[in-house]
Design a protein around this ligand. Structure first.
Ligand code: 5GP
Ligand code: ZN
Length: 114
C-alpha cells in the first residue's frame, strides 16, 4: 500500500534493520525498542489489522507466529521466555496499521499489560 509505513520499509524506501525475510513474511528491529530484543514480524502482504485474518489467510497467520518463534530461538530467548504480542486497533495501542507481531525478549515482563 502506497503510504503505509511498513510497506515503505518493505520497499526499502525507509531504512530498517532486517532480521528475516522470505516471500511471505519479514522481520525487522523496532526503531523504539521496549526490550533488549524487540522486533516486528509482519506479512509482506498489506493487512491493516488482525481483523483481516480469516480462513482465507490462516496459513500466513500461522507463518507469522512460526517465524517469530524461530527468531526467538535463534536469539536464545526460548528457554527464558519472551513476549509475542499484536495490538489490534488504536484502543489496544496499534499505531501502525499494517499487521505486526512484536517479539520482545531479554527482560522480564509484567502482566497484565497497561
Ligand atoms: P504498534 O503501536 O502499532 O503496536 O507498533 C508499532 C511499532 O512500530 C512501534 O513499536 C514503533 O516503535 C515501531 N515503528 C514505528 N515507526 C517505525 C519505523 O519507521 N521503523 C521501525 N523499525 N519501527 C517503527
Ligand atoms: Zn502496509
Amino acid at each position: 500500500m502506497k503510504d503505509c509505513l511498513f510497506c515503505r520499509i518493505l520497499r526499502r524506501e525507509i531504512p530498517a534493520k532486517f532480521i528475516y525475510q522470505d516471500d511471505e513474511v519479514s522481520a525487522f528491529a523496532d526503531m523504539n525498542p521496549q526490550a533488549p530484543t524487540h522486533c516486528l514480524v509482519i506479512p509482506n502482504l498489506h493487512l491493516s489489522t488482525l481483523n483481516e485474518i480469516d480462513d482465507g489467510n490462516r496459513a500466513l497467520a500461522g507463518k507469522l507466529i512460526s517465524v517469530a518463534v524461530q527468531i526467538a530461538k535463534d536469539k536464545g530467548l526460548a528457554e527464558k521466555g519472551y513476549r509475542l504480542v499484536a495490538n489490534c486497533q488504536a484502543a489496544a495501542g496499534q499505531s501502525v496499521f499494517h499487521v505486526h507481531f512484536h517479539l520482545m525478549g531479554g527482560r522480564s515482563f509484567d502482566w497484565p499489560p497497561g
